[in-house]
Design a protein around this ligand. Structure first.
Ligand SMILES: CC(=O)SCCNC(=O)CCNC(=O)[C@H](O)C(C)(C)COP(=O)(O)OP(=O)(O)OC[C@H]1O[C@@H](n2cnc3c(N)ncnc32)[C@H](O)[C@@H]1OP(=O)(O)O
Length: 198
């Protein structure tokens, strides 16, 4: 597996891959000064059209950057599921997506491409999580919640059953979301309120 993005997020992915016995063959990063991360060689920028002999994970937490790179790069993408994650056999997870340690994905969950289900996040039955979305550590999506493309659910946020959150939203850490949230809204607090658009 190759990674793109020598970030803190990459360090966690490296841990998951190494504990599963998967070799990280190299890390790409646009910063020419970086030499290595966690003992893994940094190979420089991954150019458009460059071919790889192993699948790639975009190890960048920023949803917009991950989306841009996923659209630019013509390579095969991998998938990383932590051995300590609990994933229902009926869950469907797209390419490029990372499910971190202790996360739980219940029956009928659908997670898109290049999403992040972070440490200990709980995604309950029949939720949909869009491409490039990020469910941060400890967040809880109750049953039948829908999270749009590119949306970021902050750490420890709780979304009650059936709520629909639009595309490219930001839900604050610790928010309790009890009503639908429109596209590009930033919503914080308990109960959460939209404070601006991004
Ligand atoms: C492994 C990892 O680390 S994964 C990363 C996990 N990271 C997170 O969960 C962070 C989630 N991000 C947040 O909660 C951010 O505060 C955001 C995205 C909601 C808002 O960020 P910004 O757009 O920079 O907003 P900003 O900091 O200017 O705050 C705007 C207002 O909202 C309030 N606010 C911001 N975040 C929150 C929050 N989580 N809960 C309650 N109020 C909040 C601020 O106090 C401020 O109020 P004021 O105008 O009355 O002073």
């Amino acid at each position: 597996m190759y990674l793109y993005g020598a970030s803190g997020h990459a360090k966690v992915i490296i841990d998951m891959l190494q504990s599963a016995g998967i070799t990280v063959s190299g890390l790409f990063d646009d910063n020419p000064d970086l030499q290595e991360l966690c003992g893994i060689k940094v190979l420089g920028k991954l150019e458009e059209g460059q071919e790889l002999d192993e699948p790639l994970i975009i190890s960048i937490g920023n949803n917009r950057i991950r989306a841009r790179l996923a659209q630019q790069l013509q390579v095969a993408f991998g998938q990383v599921l932590a051995s300590t994650a609990i994933v229902s056999p009926s869950a469907v997870i797209g390419e490029g997506t990372v499910v971190m340690q202790g996360a739980i994905l219940q029956a009928g969950v659908q997670v898109g491409r290049h999403a992040i289900i972070n440490t200990g996040a709980k995604v309950d039955h029949e939720c949909g999580v869009g491409d490039f979305a990020h469910v941060s550590p400890g967040a809880v999506l109750c049953g039948n919640v829908s999270v749009g493309e590119g949306t970021w659910i902050g750490a420890g946020a709780v979304v009650i059953p059936g709520v629909q959150i639009g595309k490219w939203c930001q839900i604050g850490a610790g928010a309790v979301v009890i009503r639908d949230v429109p596209d590009k809204a930033v919503a914080v607090g308990n109960p959460s309120k939209v404070i601006k658009y991004c």
